[in-house]
Design a protein around this ligand. Structure first.
Ligand code: KMT
Length: 235
C-alpha cells in the first residue's frame, strides 16, 4: 500500500516537473469491439461517436506535446538518429527533461518499409512494453489503440506534429490509417528494446510493468487520485 502510494506520488511529480503538457491533444474515441472491425485502418467509431476527452486520456497515463514538425527537417529513415542532433528547442527540452538518449526515424509506407503488410500486422498485435513508448509524428497519420481499465479500446488518431507517450505496461497496438503513411521518430531512454510482449501468448498479467500500470492507473485509489487536477499537491 505504502509502495503504491509512493509510485503514484512519483508519477504526479514526474508529470509536473517536465515540460508543460499541451491542451491541443489528438482526437480519441471508443472503438467498436474487435469482432466488428472489418478494416483496422478505418476509424471504427461507434454510432453515435463516443469521444474520449483529454482528462480520460491523461488518466490512462498518456502524455502529449504539440510540436512544430514543419519547421524542422528530419530524414526519411535514420537508424539510429542521434537525439543530440535535435535543433528544435522544444524537442531538445523534452529530450533533456525526460532523458531520451536514443532515437531513430522511420517511414511506414509500402514504398519505404520492406514487408510493410507484415509490419502493420505485427504492430496491430496487442502488447505491452517494459518501457515508456515515445512517438513523435513527423508526417502522415495513424492510430494508437490503448485499453482503458475496463478493457475497452480507445483509438487515438495521431498526426503530424503530435508527440505522444504511452506508459510502460499499458495494453496497446498501432495501425496505419487508410493513408498507409506515417513518418515517425521513436525515442527511448537507454538501450532501445522494441520487442513487444504480446498479450494472450505471454503471461503479461504477471509482468512487473503490467502490475505497475495497474497500480498507477487502474486501482480504485489510482482512478480517484488521477481523477482530479494533476497539480503538485505537496503531500
Ligand atoms: C510501434 O511500436 O508500434 C511502432 O513503432 C510503429 C508505430 S510508429 C508510429
Amino acid at each position: 500500500m505504502a509502495e503504491s502510494l509512493d509510485l503514484r506520488k512519483g508519477m504526479r511529480l514526474m508529470n509536473n516537473s517536465c515540460q508543460e503538457v499541451d491542451e491541443a491533444w489528438p482526437e480519441a474515441w471508443y472503438m467498436v469491439e474487435d469482432g466488428k472491425v472489418a478494416n483496422q485502418k478505418c476509424e471504427n467509431r461507434h454510432t453515435p461517436n463516443r469521444p474520449v476527452d483529454v482528462k480520460a486520456m491523461r488518466k490512462l497515463g498518456l502524455l502529449y506535446w504539440k510540436m512544430d514538425a514543419d519547421k524542422w527537417k528530419y530524414p526519411v529513415k535514420a537508424m539510429p538518429w542521434d537525439p543530440q542532433e535535435a535543433t528544435d528547442p522544444r524537442l531538445k527540452a523534452l529530450r533533456d527533461d525526460r532523458g531520451y538518449s536514443y532515437a531513430d526515424v522511420l517511414t511506414i509506407h509500402p514504398d519505404y518499409l520492406p514487408g510493410f503488410d507484415q509490419h502493420v500486422k505485427n504492430f496491430f498485435t496487442e502488447h505491452i512494453h517494459a518501457d515508456e513508448e515515445i512517438r513523435y509524428i513527423l508526417g502522415g497519420s495513424g492510430f494508437f489503440d490503448v485499453r482503458d481499465p475496463d478493457n475497452n479500446w480507445v483509438r487515438v488518431h495521431v498526426k503530424k506534429g503530435d508527440l505522444m507517450t504511452l506508459p510502460e505496461g499499458i495494453y496497446h497496438r498501432f495501425t496505419c490509417d487508410e493513408t498507409d503513411y506515417i513518418h515517425a521518430m521513436r525515442m527511448f531512454i537507454g538501450v532501445p528494446v522494441w520487442t513487444p510482449i504480446n498479450r494472450f501468448t505471454t503471461d503479461t498479467e504477471s509482468h512487473t510493468s503490467r502490475k505497475k500500470y495497474i497500480c498507477l492507473h487502474c486501482t480504485p485509489q489510482a482512478l480517484q487520485d488521477n481523477g482530479g487536477e494533476e497539480k503538485e499537491t505537496g503531500e
